[in-house]
Design a protein around this ligand. Sequence first.
Ligand code: C5P
Length: 400
Amino acid sequence: MSKRVLLIIGGGIAAYKSLELIRRLKERGLAVRVVMTEAAQRFVTTLAAGALVGEPVFTDLFDQAHEFDVGHIRLARECDLIIVAPATADLMAKRANGLANDLASAVLLATDKPVLMAPAMNPHMWSNAATRRNFATLQADGIRLIGPNAGEMAERGESGVGRMAEPEEIRDTAIAFLSDGPLKGKRALVTAGPTIEAIDPVRFLSNRSSGKQGYAIAAALAELGADVTLVSGPTNLAAPAGVTRVNVESARDMLEASEAALPLDVAVMVAAVADWRPTQEAQTKIKKDAAGIPAIALQENPDILATLSKPGKKRPKLVVGFAAETDHVEEHARAKIAKKGCDWIVANDVSGDVMGGAENAVILISKDKSEAWPRMAKEAVARKLAAEIAKSLGAKAPRK
Ligand code: C5P
């Protein structure tokens, strides 16, 4: 039987893109049912959405005909996934606070199915402290969020973060979510890219990590059905389909975002975290001619891998670190497992052109074994590692 999606359309200008989303979902053989809020009906008609899904759209919590026939409880349960697109600030707030005064919010409260929200709103509404709080609550409640993206707003001349994710992105995320892969239902964290550590508002310390290997691992885990959070330092890469990306800059931000992703089944720390940061971050740009050449004192950054590896109730079942070595690769990697408390180390010899390159030759090392893999594309390393992770978490063998 085809998988069923309940699409809740909220009241925002991005609602017109939800009509496109219906088509994109149906194209992939998904059965789609639609709920529209009252505000959504100001932007697109129930007739248009109904024509695209091929059945009437649900709008009213107190509609006798529908309540006796389908009803909000059945709407909430008779699907495999609920998508809220656009998720307005109002709908996010209602769900975060448990309000249920219309059909959309009642369905969101009554459901036991996974929920994927695609927020869309004005950038000021998005950055408002109330929306930030609601966003954090929704994440903590296990709701998946995709976007919003940066770009032009509907309001003339405004731009910023607030545009709804594109219909294809939402569809791909939904399909990854609905996949029956061996990591379905498992929560994964991947850190990737460099961190940047501010010296003053315009200068920073960083490194040359491209983020490629980490992004490929996030994509490979998502392909196997995992619910993946990718905590990424600044890179030029697009977020892989089906992955929730959290953008960070400093090591401290990366640690905070990583801890916010708990509880986890697996954490794969691929980021090239800056070892040190300036002891002080100047609040204004340091003047060139002020007092000669400044001395930048450094202090150690928190170790994210070691922090997540600490024994305790919240420790992910499997913690994987990376080690870039130039000599005595295996010996150093084993020492790192002991020092950081992680389960596996993926060690690579970076004496060649691995940093920023397309290929990687790694050794997978655990406490009791080690396995050297031939040199291969970073995507292939990622898929092989994801398969090993699935095996270790007791999942069935990945489909070919
Ligand atoms: O100690 P070293 O930097 O060689 O360890 C590399 C591993 O530790 C990588 O998995 C990296 O992502 C992780 N790491 C971390 N936080 C740090 C330093 C490294 O998570 N501050």
